[in-house]
Ligand binder design. Structure first.
Ligand SMILES: [Fe+2]
Ligand SMILES: [Fe+2]
Length: 262
């Protein structure tokens, strides 16, 4: 970075002279980090929730370009990304989804439902948490059976409503997360009611039943364990996810390049 700018940021040459070697290294790292923040404009929706992003500085002569293209801080995606590549390089909450899919398989559920469990929270860890069932459903809709994307959409609202007859109780975790008196928004109640009367109700309900929060630490599940099910039930586009002109291609591209300026 520019030496004059660095000196100005720490209070001048005399301040630098008074620093130990490790203090100098820390100061340089902090200054470079701040500079990076003005070059890489982080997405408000996907990565900062709108509270940490710095205003874009206008009207001054810039000596750096805004970032476009592959973010050097992230694992580089290939030119034709596969679903498995997203699990390895972009998604968080991967063990949660893998463990849910493993449980669904152990429970003897059809492969389609195992896939739905495997995919059910991809929006939480890859794109956006709010309304993750709806976003996740749209992400995968062009590539899976309609029942799978439907189940992913409605698992979100059904999570809030117990159905003891099929072995689903209200999650204790939700009491911890949202409080004793929490009531879901009316749209959630409406969608849960709609789902409950739908012919595919049990498909969405199975996602909630196998939606495990506590994991067996002795079990390690890998995405490769589901390679055959993905191969049979997920229509991987030959152009790569993000580049196939499907209705959700732009959403996959957003995960490939989450911090591009435009
Ligand atoms: Fe979920
Ligand atoms: Fe989940």
């Amino acid at each position: 970075m520019d030496r004059r700018k660095f000196l100005a940021s720490i209070g001048g040459a005399s301040a630098l002279a008074a620093m130990s070697a490790s203090e100098k290294a820390d100061a340089l790292e902090q200054a470079m980090g701040q500079e990076l923040d003005t070059i890489i404009v982080k997405s408000k929706v996907c990565t900062t929730y709108g509270v940490e992003s710095k205003p874009i500085v206008r009207g001054i002569k810039r000596d750096k370009l805004f970032m476009m293209g592959h973010d050097p801080r992230l694992a580089r995606m290939s030119d034709k990304p596969t679903l498995i590549e997203f699990y390895k390089k972009r998604f968080g909450s991967v063990q949660h989804m893998l463990q849910s899919a493993r449980l669904a398989k152990l429970n003897g559920l059809p492969e389609k439902i195992v896939l739905a469990c495997l995919l059910h929270d991809i929006s939480v860890g890859g794109l956006i948490r709010m309304d993750h069932g709806y976003w996740g459903s749209q992400l995968v809709a062009p590539y899976v059976d309609e029942e799978v994307s439907w189940a992913i959409k409605y698992h979100q609202s059904l999570r809030f409503y117990a159905d003891e007859d099929v072995g689903y109780s209200y999650p204790k975790a939700y009491i911890r997360y949202f409080g004793e008196d929490f009531k879901p928004e009316p749209y959630v109640a409406k969608d849960a009611e709609y789902a409950r009367n739908h012919k595919w109700y049990m498909s969405a309900r199975q996602i909630t039943i196998n939606d495990v929060y506590s994991f067996d630490p002795n079990v390690s599940v890998e995405i490769e364990d589901f390679e055959d099910i993905i191969g049979r039930h997920f229509k991987q586009p030959k152009e790569g996810l993000g580049y196939d002109d499907s209705p959700s291609a732009h959403m996959w591209r957003t995960m490939i390049f989450p911090n591009n300026f435009l």
